[in-house]
Design a protein around this ligand. Sequence first.
Ligand SMILES: [Mn+2]
Length: 319
Amino acid sequence: MDVTIGEMAEKLRSYDEFVIVYHIRPDGDCIGSSFALALGLQSLGKKCAVTGRDPVPNIHRPMTDASMQDDVTEPVYISVDTVSLIRTGNYSDRHFTFCIDHHRNNSIEADYRYVEEDCGACSEIIFKLLREMDVTITKQIADLLYTALVTDTRCFQTADTSVQTFETAAALKKLGADTFNISRKNIFVKSAGRRIIEELLKESLHFSCKGRLMTGIITLDDLKTADIADSELEGINSYIEQYEEMLIGVTVRELPDGRSRCSVRTSGDISANDICAVHGGGGHYHAAVCELDCRPEAARAVMEETCKGFLKSDIEGNK
Ligand SMILES: [Mn+2]
């Protein structure tokens, strides 16, 4: 059942023990949002544990290691920033009492759902929720929420960066968020490994449809060459967007299980969400994801074919 922020706050108050589940291959938004929510609930005397299939990426550990995990015996489950049960990984058989998200086509059937589609980051919702519950927002919570905001909007660059996004950012700054270091660490600075991966990705690029359709590949061997973990590549799927002529950009990542994860970025009035929906995926209007049951080169071919259908009228000059 879809509820308002106020109803969500009231329902959360009525339970005592929670497990907050973030999505597989976690990013700054799901980590920052989940741990901020946990700290908020704990400050109200609730018991809370935060978990997910994959560990917290190293870059976010300094923030999360400082938080406490409670022992819970009869918890209710909350999914945060997660579009579908598949994305909860090994928690997909749980019953979710709560679902808080900002993705289109969220398919989690929780008892209480609050989904604000296309809001810049899920942490905007968590911020509103914590305020609704009269939680005192500490610097630690503010840092978590601001990290989520900055990583999911690529430092306020995405199309869904809204007035609410900026207002949340301003409020978090007032509450002590370390905005300079969070942006610098998460967005601006690049490790040696990251720079190598960007070079390899650049070399792999295919251009078609007069350069408007671009595809690139990151293989598991590339990660070995660069000596970098997949979890340290947050935002790499936006690399392709710096090409001015790009209307659709696809970054194919080889997965350990032999499948390929295709991240689609679009500009103008082409829906990345619709493109990914063809293959059972989804996300946001200009950024979405689908997974294909094949190796990267084959996945690239499939995605090029799918994307051409969405570009046709542009190429013919009808739009
Ligand atoms: Mn998010």
